[in-house]
Design a protein around this ligand. Structure first.
Ligand code: IDP
Length: 152
């Protein structure tokens, strides 16, 4: 049982402005995942270019960079079994219009360029992204008393 798995989840500037931070946290918290890091960040262009290295140079990148640096982002690290894959499915499809109701993007978003949240797409990306957004000492190792009621 890999309960040590961690993912990077970010509440994007649109959702921070719209007061949706608690809604995103609530989904992960009530599912049973454990919050091990959280902070509000005004992302620099340098950080965004590293985070979105696969997209730098694409036609949509300048608009996305401007949007992602337009206001604060809430950066989070969540831990638990299969959290990377489960986190992606909780977020929904990249385009909110293609996201099922019940997913975060499907419930709270409409446009691709205002899609509410980010979630790592693989365990390797999660490790890379957590390292970009958090220093080691900003991540807290703690034992949840719920663990025995969540994991058999
Ligand atoms: P993901 O966020 O679901 O992992 P990616 O394909 O990695 O999706 O794209 C990163 C982000 O870039 C998306 O969340 C979306 O906000 C934005 N994006 C992706 N493709 C486009 C596009 O064609 N136009 C505008 N924004 C885009």
């Amino acid at each position: 049982m890999s309960v040590e798995e961690r993912t990077f989840i970010a509440v994007k500037p649109d959702a921070v402005q719209r007061g949706l931070v608690s809604k995103v946290i609530e989904r992960f918290e009530t599912r049973g995942y454990k919050l091990v890091g959280i902070k509000i960040v005004q992302a620099s262009k340098e950080l965004l270019a590293k985070h979105y290295e696969e997209h730098v140079g694409k036609a949509f990148y300048p608009k996305m960079e401007s949007f992602m640096s337009s206001g604060p982002i809430v950066a989070m690290c969540w831990e638990g079994k299969d959290v990377v894959k489960q986190g992606r499915s909780m977020l929904g499809a990249t385009n909110p219009c293609a996201s099922a109701p019940g997913t975060i993007r499907g419930d709270f978003g409409i446009d691709l360029g205002r899609n509410v949240c980010h979630g790592s797409d693989s365990v390797e990306s999660a490790q890379r992204e957590i390292g970009l957004w958090f220093r080691d000492e900003e991540l807290v190792n703690w034992t949840s008393n719920q663990a025995k009621w969540l994991y058999e």
